[in-house]
Design a protein around this ligand. Sequence first.
Ligand code: MN
Length: 424
Amino acid sequence: MAVREWLERFSDDVLRIDADTSREVEATRILVREPRRPVHFRSLDGSEAVGNLWSTRGRVAAALRTPSETLLGRLMEAQTHPKDTRLVDSAPFLKHSSTDVNLLGLPVPKLFPRDAGRYITAGVWVAEWKGVRNLSFHRILLLDKDRGACRIVPRHLRHMYNEAIQAGEELKVAVCIGLDPWNLLAGGTSVEYGVDESRIASALTQSCLGKPVDMVRIKDGLTVPADAEYVLEGRLVNETHDEGPFVDAVRTYDRVRKEPVLVVERIYHRDDPIFHIIVGGLDEHFMFMGMPREPVIYQAVSRAVPHVKAVRLTEGGCAWLHGVVSIRKQHQGDAKNAIMAAFGAHTSMKRVVIVDEDIDIFDDRDVEWAIATRFQADRGLVVLHDVRGSSIDPSARDGFTSKMGIDATRPLGADPAMFDKATL
Ligand code: MN
C-alpha cells in the first residue's frame, strides 16, 4: 500500500505538520517529542515525509489484521516456513524513473546535531549474489548527488559485498524506501544465510492477509517489493569512506568507520511520494530491530523449558540489550535454563528477566513488581563474565560484556497466597 493510504488508515493518530519544516534537525525535534505518533510532514524542505509510522505493535498488528498478542506467533511461523512471493509486471514507483540522480534533492534529514550529515535510515536493501537473495537495513550517509557511505555491518550483505569485490566485481543493490510493515520486518530479520527474507514477509502476509507479497523487476534485474515509495538502484563499489558519527539504537553517537560507498544510478518514485524516516533509538526503530529477534528467543527458550508464554525486548533496553520472558515453570531451575537459552539465542542481550506467566511482560511496572517480590539476588541471579556482546553498547570493553540473568519466578510449590497479586 502507499504510505499515504496507511496515513489515512491511521488518521486518528497522525500528527500532520503543514508548516515548512527544515530537514536539518528540526524534523527530529517533532519526532522525538511524539515517538508513538506518526508524523506527516507536508513540506520537509518542500517534499513530503513521514516518521514514527510503525512505532507501535498495535499499528503493525492492525496493518496485518491480527491482534497484537498474536504477532510473535505469526512472525515465528513466517520465519520457520517462508513462502514464495509473487512477481508482478507493474508497480506505482515504476512510473517515475530517472538516471539524472540527485540524492541531495530528496527529503533526507540530518537527524541529530553531531551526526556526520544527512542520512537515509529506512532503506531496506535488496541484493543478490550467486543465487542468494538478501534483504537488510543499512543507513546511508549522503556524500554527494549520487553517492553515499553505508554502514554495512558484518552480516549477510557484507559477505556478498566482500565476495563480489574479491571476484573483481561490484555488487548490484536496490534500496527501497517507504515500505509496508511486513517488508520492513523482513529487512530487520536475520535468519541464516541463504534465506530470502522477502519470503518471510510473504509468509506473514499469506497467513494474516491471505495474499503473497508482490515483487517487481527493476532495470538492473533485481526484484524488489512493489509497494515502495522510492527505489534507489545502484552498486556497492570497491571504495570506502568515513561513515559516522551517527545516533544509533542506544541514542548515543556511534563512532566513525571506513565503510563501503554506494553509487546510485537510477531513482524510481511514485506519484507524490512520501519519504520514510526512522529515527535511531525511537520506538519505530525498535519495532524493526528488536521485534524480529523475539521469535528467535522464543524458540530457543522453548527448547529449554516446556512452556513459554511471551518474549519482549524492552524499549528501555533499546529493544536490543534487555529482554523479559514469561514461562510456566514446571521444575525448579527452569528459569535458569531459560536465562541461558535466551542469552544463547540473542547474543547482544545483556540482561534478561524470567517471570511467571501471571506477569504482563509488556508492563514494565509489573515486571519490576515480579523482581521486587519474587527475586533474591543470592539465589536468583546469574552473572556471566567477559562474554562477546553488542557492538553498540558503550559500556562493553573491546566488545566483551557481562550478562545478568534474573530469575524472578516464585519458588515451585510456594503458597500462592504468599506470591500472587491479590484480586478483588
Ligand atoms: Mn539475510
